[in-house]
Design a protein around this ligand. Sequence first.
Ligand SMILES: [Zn+2]
Length: 543
Amino acid sequence: MREEMLELTRKMVAVPSINTTSGEKDIGIFIENYLREIPYFKQHPELVVIQTLKDDWLQRRNVFALLRGEKDENSNTIIFHGHTDTVGVEDYGQFQEVAFDTAALEKELAKVELPKEVREDLESGDYLFGRGACDMKSGDAVFMVLIKHIADHVKELSGNILLSLNPVEENLHTGIIEGIETFEVLKNKYGLNYILAINNDYTCPMYPGDTNQYLYTGVGGKLLPCFYIQGRETHVGQCFEGYDPTAVAARLTSEISFHTEFCDSYGGEYSLPPVALKLKDLKGWYNVQTAKEALVYFNYFVHNASTNEILSKLKKTAEKAVSDTMKDLNQNYKDFCELSGKEYVTIPNAWSVLTYEKLYQLASANCKELDELLATITEEGLQKNEDKRELPIRMIRMMLEKAGIYHPVVVLYFAAPYCPHNTLKSEEVQDKRIMDKLRQITDEVEKETKVHYEICQFFPSLSDSSYLCIDDPQESTESLKRNFPQMEQLYPLPFEKMRALGIKSVNFGVHGKDAHKWTERLYMPYSFEVLPKLIIKTLQKFL
Ligand SMILES: [Zn+2]
């Protein structure tokens, strides 16, 4: 099967499916055509299901294929899922032209100076280079070839396999989110019992020289906390008379980015600390007035903490940031007064910090039609394709006005995307059973090959698996909704369906290096020889 998987990976890499391009539609069509050529699906064309994404100008699609085992009556179903989009190719520089042509890229790379490890990997012949080779066309190809071969022996298959290949993973995860509906439809139509989902997204060494393979029993979540900061502008000639929002934004960044007190832990595994993804003032042009408003937002990983815990931590940090900013300002003002022989008078701390939820309460007390106004602003913004993280700024300005708040204020809100976290928990009986079986399977594979597996709780990156199961309790997601401006419009999630399905999800993953870099490469001996064994054993053990 190795050659077949390699060939299919090359072909799939050759369909450039960069996120937010029409290539995402093309790869869906490519996969559909491949599946429809399989004799089993020729006989059962209704079991290949295409779901075009709602109102999607690129007509991107989810492709599903259901293989119904014929050995006996068994509703147990394993989901194979993967994403079909890739990141862009700007990082390839002079090699952009051949980033999707694995053979040509290899030839070009051979001609130039490369980092030592990359050179060794290239010369070993064990690695396949190309955009998407590792993340994760190869993972999709492994599933597709396995489905094809298992379909030839469907009479020997007990239980079912549902393949789900989805676009839009590399930014908003819309493919898998809309796919939840299809999982539900197929479950009801064919009486499926989803017992496990396997994602094949890439895995990589965790430190130089790491020879372990990793299996992840869950995925960390992600929040995007945003701070809208309304200060008070002033002329540079009276600089001590203003409240500078950029000073607060800068302080928030230095207090939050990379700080381990925001690392969240479960099962002894810590999430990476938050890091700023945007920091700017909202002045549109140059003049000698200081900024009135600023915005800063952070990527924030979550393993277990509730929205409320995180909100209160961030609110406290913002309160400290404004009070420290004022302390600094007063010290500087005092120094300046001494230098210039003026009388120093304390500059009062006029700042307040509000959560979006609190601002909503204050504004709605003064405005009966607040909900309609918010919906209209959002609708207009969406039509103009405004950035989903910045669109709430117009809502907040309007609400501050309705609430009569004109003093300096920091408003804390959440924006898209939100990725729920989930993992198998050894303290829960059903999860423990799955974990034990996984350990048995990796033990068997370890005996047959030279591979050593580490089983970890959280996939170290974001993944579509987030949406298959929500560990966050209801009160936590309710608090999220109250602090996420117009979430229903800006990032609608089928919370009820996701909770009801609650599909336990693990990441096995192809193995490679440097995903999202121009040296992205797949390690073929593991990905095409060991990984398929691991997946087949999983089918045997779970179905
Ligand atoms: Zn990926």
